[in-house]
Design a protein around this ligand. Structure first.
Ligand code: LMR
Length: 353
C-alpha cells in the first residue's frame, strides 16, 4: 500500500503543528529552534522518538527501523517509545530533514544523496557512478575514519549521524528499453537531489527532474517522467513496475543511508538511555546490513516474476560503454568534491573483501 494513514494512536497532527510553530519561530528568531518531544515529557512519561522515513515498511530500511524500535524499547525497559512513520507518512524527502533539524521528529534514515541540503555536500561523493564494486567495498569506506569524519561534518547543522545503513545498487527503469547510453537521449529521468546525479544524467543525455520519493509513482504514471533510477526494493515496494515497462540491471550507483538524530535531543538524553539506544542501533545496523543485498535480490526476482516489465541484463561490453560514458562525471565533480575524501574512500574500498 502506498502512503498509508498514520497510526491512530500517533500524534501526526500534533507533530505537524509543532513543526509549523517551531518553523515560524525559527524563522523569526534564528535557526535552529528545537521542539523536541523529550523536552515536553514529564519524568514518568516515556521519551518518544519519532522515526520518519520515505520508503515502505517492507524494505531493508523499513525492517531495520522496526528492529531498532523493538531493540530500543526492550533495552530501555519502556522508558523510550519509538514511533516509526514509513512511506513519507509524516514528511517527504526534504521536509523530513528540515523537521529533524528543528526537532519536529527526532530520528531519520535518509539517503546520502539528500544530505547536501543540510550541510552534507561531502556525502555526494557516494553518488559517483561505478564507485563501489560490491557491498563490502561500500562498508569498508564508511566503517573507518572516512565515515566518522563525514558524520562529524553534519554536527554544525544540528544533526548527529549515528550509523550507515546499506541498501544496494541502483538500476534504471523507463517506459522504453534502456539498452545503451544512447537510449537516454531526450527522456526525463527522476533523480534525488544530488549534483553528481545531475551530472550523471547529463552525461547520458537525459533531462533530469528532482522529485521526492513519494511523488515518483504519480509522476511516472502521468507521463511527467519517463524513467527513474533506484534499487529493486524501492521499485517493487513503490509499485513503479505498474507504470514502467523496462528495467536495466546496470548497478551503476550505490544507495545507502545515514541514520540521524536531532543533536540537541540526543545530547539531552540521560546517559544510560543514550548508551542503550546506541547499542540498539548498533544491532539494528548489523541487521540492516545483513539483509539489504538479499532483499534487493528478492525484489528483483519479484519484479521479473510480475511480468509487468522486461528486465534487461547488460552484457560486459555494454557495461564497459556505460562506464566510459559516465567517466566524465568524475572530472566535473572534481570541481566540488574533496579529492582527499575520494582518494580515502578508494583506498579503503580497494582493501575490502
Ligand atoms: C529515493 O528517494 O529514491 C531514496 O532515497 C528513497 C530511500 O530512502 O530509499
Amino acid at each position: 500500500m502506498r502512503n498509508p494513514s498514520p497510526p491512530k494512536n500517533s500524534p501526526p497532527a500534533l507533530t505537524r503543528r509543532c513543526f509549523a510553530s517551531a518553523l515560524a519561530l525559527a524563522m523569526a528568531s534564528g535557526w535552529p529552534l528545537p521542539c523536541t518531544t523529550a523536552q515536553a515529557q514529564t519524568a514518568k512519561d516515556p521519551i518518544i522518538i519519532q522515526f520518519s522515513h520515505v520508503v515502505g515498511a517492507d524494505t531493508a530500511k523499513g525492517k531495520a527501523a522496526l528492529k531498532f524500535k523493538e531493540l530500543a524499547e526492550a533495552r530501555t525497559a519502556g522508558r523510550v517509545r519509538v514511533e516509526v512513520y514509513p512511506d513519507s507518512t509524516l514528511y517527504k524527502d526534504r521536509e523530513e530533514l528540515q523537521a529533524l533539524q528543528i526537532g519536529a521528529v527526532q530520528m531519520l534514515a535518509t539517503s546520502l544523496s539528500k544530505l547536501a541540503t543540510v550541510g552534507g555536500s561531502d556525502f555526494e561523493v557516494f553518488d559517483l557512478p561505478f564507485l563501489f564494486k560490491d557491498h563490502a567495498a561500500f562498508r569498508a569506506a564508511v566503517d573507518g575514519p572516512v565515515g566518522a569524519t563525514l558524520l562529524r561534518r553534519l554536527e554544525p547543522s544540528g544533526l548527529q549521524g549515528l550509523a550507515f545503513w546499506d541498501n544496494g545498487f541502483k538500476v534504471f527503469t523507463a517506459n522504453r528499453p534502456l539498452l545503451s547510453p544512447a537510449d537516454f537521449r531526450g527522456i526525463k529521468i527522476r533523480i534525488q537531489s544530488s549534483r553528481i546525479l545531475v551530472s550523471q544524467m547529463k552525461a547520458l543525455g537525459a533531462d533530469v527532474s528532482i522529485h521526492p520519493m513519494a511523488n515518483v509513482y504519480e509522476a511516472l504514471r502521468s507521463g511527467q517522467l519517463d524513467g527513474q533510477e533506484n534499487v529493486p526494493t524501492n521499485i517493487y515496494s513503490q509499485h513503479l513496475h505498474d507504470v514502467q515497462s523496462h528495467l536495466s540491471v546496470t548497478r551503476h550507483g550505490y544507495l545507502a543511508y545515514v541514520v540521524l538524530v536531532n543533536r540537541q535531543f540526543w545530547n539531552q538524553l540521560p546517559y544510560d538511555i543514550r548508551e542503550a539506544l546506541r547499542l540498539a542501533l548498533h544491532e539494528a545496523t548489523q541487521y540492516a546490513n545483513s539483509i539489504a543485498e538479499a532483499e534487493n535480490q528478492r525484489a528483483l526476482e519479484l519484479l521479473k516474476a510480475s511480468g509487468k516489465l522486461t528486465v534487461h541484463e547488460p552484457t560486459a561490453q555494454m557495461l564497459a560503454l556505460w562506464r566510459e560514458t559516465l567517466a566524465p562525471v568524475y572530472r566535473q565533480a572534481s570541481a566540488w568534491i574533496d579529492p582527499a575524501m575520494l582518494a580515502a574512500i578508494r583506498a579503503s574500498s580497494a582493501g575490502a573483501r
